[in-house]
Design a protein around this ligand. Structure first.
Ligand code: SF4
Ligand code: SF4
Length: 114
């Protein structure tokens, strides 16, 4: 696994927008790296914006955003994705957008985000 090279230095969280907005280690870039190393399946991966900022900071050359996406794929494979994610995918298939049926001039009932 590529994350074997991770030394938990934390440089990846420097420009992580989620960490900077929340100051919560668990949902910042380093926190996610630790969860991936421990193979924890959690909806925390869905709080990542996949902005790739962490990829540019890592001295070990780890593409953390790619590893986060892989964990999301595993969540789907194992039926552990979030309900919001399921609803968004259903809406995209049915209506071509993540919000569902949109009537002209009206706001969607629900605004999903991961
Ligand atoms: S910058 Fe790289 S080595 Fe450091 S904690 Fe983040 S993923 Fe691990
Ligand atoms: S890709 Fe995710 S973990 Fe990495 S910096 Fe962006 S929000 Fe943070």
């Amino acid at each position: 696994m590529k994350l074997d090279k991770c030394r938990s230095c934390g440089l990846c969280k420097a420009n992580c927008p989620i960490y900077n907005a929340t100051l919560r280690e668990t949902i910042g870039a380093r926190g996610r790296a630790i969860l991936i190393k421990k193979e924890v399946l959690t909806d925390i991966y869905y709080t990542c914006s996949l902005c790739k900022s962490c990829d540019t900071e890592c001295p070990a050359g780890i593409e953390l955003s790619k590893e986060i996406r892989k964990m999301r794929e595993r969540m789907v494979e194992e039926g552990k994705e979030t309900e919001a994610n399921k609803a968004m995918i259903d809406n995209i298939r049915k209506y071509g957008n993540p919000f569902g049926k949109i009537e002209k001039g009206k706001f969607p009932d629900k605004l999903y985000c991961c």
